[in-house]
Design a protein around this ligand. Sequence first.
Ligand code: FAD
Length: 477
Amino acid sequence: MLVIKTLVWFRQDLRLRDNPALSYAAQKGCVIPVYIDDQSCPEQYTLGGASKWWLHHSLNSLNNSLDNKLHCQTGDAKQIILAWVKKYNITCVVWNRCYEPWQIKRDTIIKQSLKDLGVEVKTFNASLLWEPWQVLKKDATPYKVFTPYYRRGCLSQPAPRMPITAPEKLDIEYVEQEDQSIHALHLLPTIAWDKTIQTIWQPGEKGASAKLADFLPNGANQYKSDRDTPSLSATSQLSAHLHFGEISPNQIWYAAIHALNGNTENVGLDCYLSELGWREFSYYLLYHFPTIPEQNFSPKFEHFQWRDDVSALKAWQQGQTGIPMVDAGMRELWQTGTMHNRVRMLVGSFLVKNLLIDWRKGAAWFWDCLLDADLASNSASWQWVAGTGADASPYFRIFNPVTQGQKFDAKGDYVRQYCPELAKLPDKYIHTPWEAPPAILSACKITLGDTYPKPIVDLKASRQRALDTLQISKKLA
Ligand code: FAD
């Protein structure tokens, strides 16, 4: 009798619940779960340091759930899969779809090669509420603006798929000699920068469920009013869990609706669901416009004259710009592996507009430091902040990090947490230490240029410089 053996290729779906590929394989018979650290990944898309840390722990968590029977391999994904199929008489290969352009290309080739060998291949949607090709304008072209995309395009589609439960029984085949351990993937850092991060995050399916349970139902109620206050933990903190597929957007979507008793009039719920919509939109843009990680979406910026200022870039990366909200954000990123969304927008605007540094350099730093680094969301968001993207905030709309701080961190709690050297400053000067009278600075033991930097740019003059540079680039276009 032919034994049906299905290779389940885990990628960004590191979970048992609501995992359509795994459920399909479990129904067919024997399952061989494999994770591949794919060496065919182009250099610029290899994981950053923070993501590697997360992945290591997430794979450990998945491996536990699979009774320590997850196979981990390093090498070329196509070669590994084809070799395994032949060696272990695998009759079916399944995976959940990924959407980075190089992944789509690779998966198409692997699928065809397997079909040529007579192997059944099945792929599933496990990470998006709506497939990008499903939502198009009346003229069959993709949307470029979020609101019509989400409200008119997505919400008029059939409701997202309901989540499915984990397979009741898994018959897992384990092939000892072929294995590498998760440790052998060398994902953990060699320098221990992750000490604080370890205490904050719990990668894996359990950690994801716990975060969701924490956030719902109360968090979602307050979401609209509190989500812009960086000192509050008022957002769901699910982005890294979502990126690695430890939870699906479908699970979150329906859990949020359920927690608020399906009350779609609830502004918190609508606002929260629409943030999941922004995630969908980022994937949608990446799918339809695959050059967004590298090229300005808007060709108007082709001739934009970015500054090549290594020391300003370093000051920004290290949270030493002398602008408290910017420094607090950059230090939050370094210490915790994340940064509040409001602050991501203003540090991004500061880099691109006040410092005139190319948004791709900011995106690269985020890629390395963010635990939730995600090619779709990071690229689309940076282009949005820079004013170069689809549906972008217009270039001339320049965030002022002082007024942003005064509005969203009025008492300075966030700045005091990440810039403790400013903690004693009265609220009035917490966002503008350079305006504090010498007596106050001295009473607070602050010496600008020594204990805390002087601003590396004048906000007003650098704003004007950005607008002037835009005018020049328009003339050159
Ligand atoms: P919540 O507010 O609880 O939102 C729920 C979920 O919706 C998030 O987990 C996330 O998956 C999604 N979401 C929320 N806001 C956005 C958004 N603006 N764009 C896309 N998805 C969104 N998000 C990433 O996941 N990875 C990135 O690499 C990334 N880079 C960013 C870079 C910049 C410059 C900016 C301005 C934003 C970036 N974001 C990125 C979007 C956003 O900041 C994070 O998704 C959010 O802060 C995560 O926190 P949360 O899970 O508590 O979000």
